[in-house]
Ligand binder design. Structure first.
Ligand code: TXA
Ligand code: MG
Length: 347
């Protein structure tokens, strides 16, 4: 049985930190999603982490650091502009990919010469990192390719019996992962849009920032065009096309049976008539993009727990945080690479 702790309780934080010292796997909250943490200096712990997630070993993981932890214990040749990003957005939802120090374990970086570093803002994460006193390697606490957990109960449902401890810090305030910026080249490239927006990065650097193309033409190790997938098929649409999309997903054999989940900004549902659509369950109707990000993964999970066949999502505007929401929804539409087509994963 997984042991659970309360993120507001100092003894539970100490217990989680001491478990990390003995190579245990500890899930903990961050402001983005829950991470599955282990001692970033232990090859044994890291290999167990990869095995539990079924993560290919060439996909690097992010090392999480306490406030004021020296990044030169992990990275070398940090460009000035990367320091500006760290000063502007740490603690927070930003991961910097930097050339790694030679003594950083290759098992962490998938054999790549760089290391991803992040200083999370969430107070339980910071308390744990401070108590542990060193870097914690932590991918999102889901199986490879699946939806990231944004609550302790989602972690338990996803990885329950295979990990040692989960620290409960409530629901994640942001709901989508950190922005990843490659700082190993002359100028910055956003490898994954996330909690810090492209506009915010440009405003502090005062210069253009490259963004990895949607077709993956400047691919980062471990960033795939297919990811974040629920069991339900995900269909993207616009507010104007919504009723057409619902009609084309409605099946004569399931008249009146709820099999479609709907996720859209409240404004985009203004003309949707629920009383005439018993086949549709509204998963969430967030009032703005920030709330859309916060409920995104939980909505995809709700679709699965209700055994819905399809999720129809109306994309929000793609500026600001909307870029990350659109990115995750687009990746969620494709499940082909994971063999997850219809069979349930046995937890
Ligand atoms: O918000 C987040 O970033 C969450 C929380 C737990 O911090 N973590 C997270 O980790 O999303 P994960 O493992 O699910 O996604 C990390 C991404 C992967 O796509 C990985 O390839 C990329 O970061 N990454 C990590 N280190 C890298 C490196 N050295 N070079 C390029 N990409 C890297
Ligand atoms: Mg992940």
């Amino acid at each position: 049985m997984i042991e659970q702790g309360d993120g507001d309780n100092d003894l539970d934080i100490e217990r989680a930190a001491s478990l990390l010292r003995s190579d245990a796997l500890v899930a903990f909250p961050t402001e983005t999603v829950y991470g599955l943490g282990c001692n970033a200096r232990s090859t044994t712990a890291i290999s167990r982490l990869y095995a539990v997630k079924s993560r290919p070993t060439n996909h690097p993981v992010i090392v999480h650091l306490a406030l004021d932890a020296p990044i030169d214990e992990w990275a070398v040749r940090v460009p000035d502009w990367a320091n500006v990003l760290a000063q502007s957005f740490w603690p927070g939802p930003l991961t910097l990919v930097l050339p790694k120090r030679p003594d950083v374990l290759d098992a962490l970086t998938g054999g790549h010469p760089s290391i991803g570093l992040r200083v999370p803002a969430q107070k339980v994460a910071q308390a744990l990192l401070k108590s542990f006193g060193d870097g914690v390697a932590a991918p999102s606490a889901n199986r490879f390719g699946r939806v990231s957990p944004t609550s302790a109960s989602a972690v338990v449902a996803e990885l329950g019996d295979e990990i040692d401890f989960v620290l409960d810090g409530g629901a994640c305030s942001l709901g989508v992962e950190s922005t990843i910026v490659d700082c190993t080249k002359v100028s910055p490239t956003i490898l994954r849009p996330g909690g810090v927006t492209r506009e915010e990065i440009i405003s502090v650097l005062g210069s253009a920032v490259l963004v990895k193309n949607a077709d993956g033409s400047t691919p980062a190790p471990g960033t795939l065009s297919t990811h974040y997938s629920p069991q339900a098929r995900v269909v993207l649409t616009t507010a104007n096309e919504l009723s057409n999309s619902i009609n084309s997903e409605s099946r004569p054999d399931s008249k009146g049976k709820t099999h479609i989940g709907l996720l859209a900004l409240a404004d985009d549902l203004k003309y949707f008539d629920q009383t005439n659509s018993p086949e549709v369950m509204i998963l969430n109707s967030p009032i703005n993009v920030k709330q859309y990000a916060r409920v995104l993964y939980e909505s995809l999970r709700t679709a699965d727990t209700n055994n819905l066949a399809v999720v129809i999502a109306v994309l929000p505007p793609s500026s600001g945080l909307g870029e990350a929401v659109c990115d995750r929804l687009t990746r969620a539409t494709s499940r082909a690479n994971f063999g997850l087509k219809s069979e349930k994963i046995i937890l």
